[in-house]
Design a protein around this ligand. Sequence first.
Ligand SMILES: Cc1ncc(COP(=O)(O)O)c(C=O)c1O
Length: 411
Amino acid sequence: MATPRLSFKLSQGVLNTIDPPIPLAYTWAEKYTLSRGPLLDLSQGVPGTPPQEPLRAALAEASAALGSFGYCPAEGEPALRQAMAPEMRALYGDGTDITPDDMALTAGCNLAFVAAIMTLADAGDEVILPVPWYFNHQMTLSMLNITTIPLKTRPEDGFTPSVSECKALITPKTRAIVLVTPNNPTGATYSPALISQFSQLARASGVALIMDETYRDFITTAAPPHALFSDPAHTWRTHLIHLFSFSKSYGVPGHRLGLVVAGPAFQKPLRTVLDTLQICPPRPIQRALAPILGALRPGVADTARTLAARHAVFAAHLPAGWAIRSSGAYYAFVRHPFAGRASADVCRRIAAELGVVLLPGAFFCDAAGLTAADDRWVRFSVANCDDARIRAACERLALCEDVFGWERGGA
Ligand SMILES: Cc1ncc(COP(=O)(O)O)c(C=O)c1O
């Protein structure tokens, strides 16, 4: 039966926004006949291992506790905001100056981004996003009728954005620069020096610097991701908005928990937005995490080391012609060897005929403006699998030429 048409209009912002792209990749995979073995899903950035046992036990108890059933404050449970302060110090260094008043907990990091943007921008304003971008960020801006200003990044720079190019894009309508580090989709981790320069640019230009650090716990080098929180002049509270997701580090994407760290002058209007969007974040996961957060830290670090080792397995087994240009945390951004073939076509055929689900680079930019030379990238997620599946996926990629009758080559 045909779907009945609506008798009312839809929001222009929603109509102007792309459909969620991941379901499209799964429609390609539906055509796969299992001819090469089980489907290998390297598409979604979801944790590949269950939450640590103490968290599962704490969550079971917290879910049934009478205290979990009502609302909590819009900015989240005081106990978890309190417990996050030492966590932030453990990660960003002893000089880190963050108090519970600088924090709000949200129903996931995506909602944290929506709320932050709603707090600082209006329809017609501009927000700068490095390209390739995390598609949900661009979709949020589009839905709110905020103009996305693309800041191109290049493979020869390891897909890190240029501060001077960003500066040239700032106009009186610019409200924020958004950085994702470690990056989705490229896996690139920006250096503390680069982050510091972006922070100075944002502050000097009177715009916010939104840093989505969802994957920060998967950085395996000993140095903190950046030094902004330990600036002796405490300037970070004037312009920095840090976003974090508990989904990946603690393996709980279904429990929806994220964090906004920003100064109290931003927290106040943000809480108005959060009151309307979430009333409060889910309580059981907050109550489960608060007392055991520090005890979970070694397990989170183990996962980070496992993922780093898996990247090495991936690099060692990737067939000739495929070139990793940046990788880290959950993702590797890889140049496919078939000049003139669009990344979506490459991924469609690999899913349908070889049973490996990947996401084309075209999902992470304005596909309409993509040139053939730029459309050579494929995102691999190494998180939601194991080493054996990574090796098996690489073996299947080596079949592309024979199965598709394609030739490798081209600049
Ligand atoms: C950069 C980035 N931010 C946010 C999210 C979503 O996080 P959450 O599950 O907390 O909404 C993701 C998930 O893939 C992501 O890659």
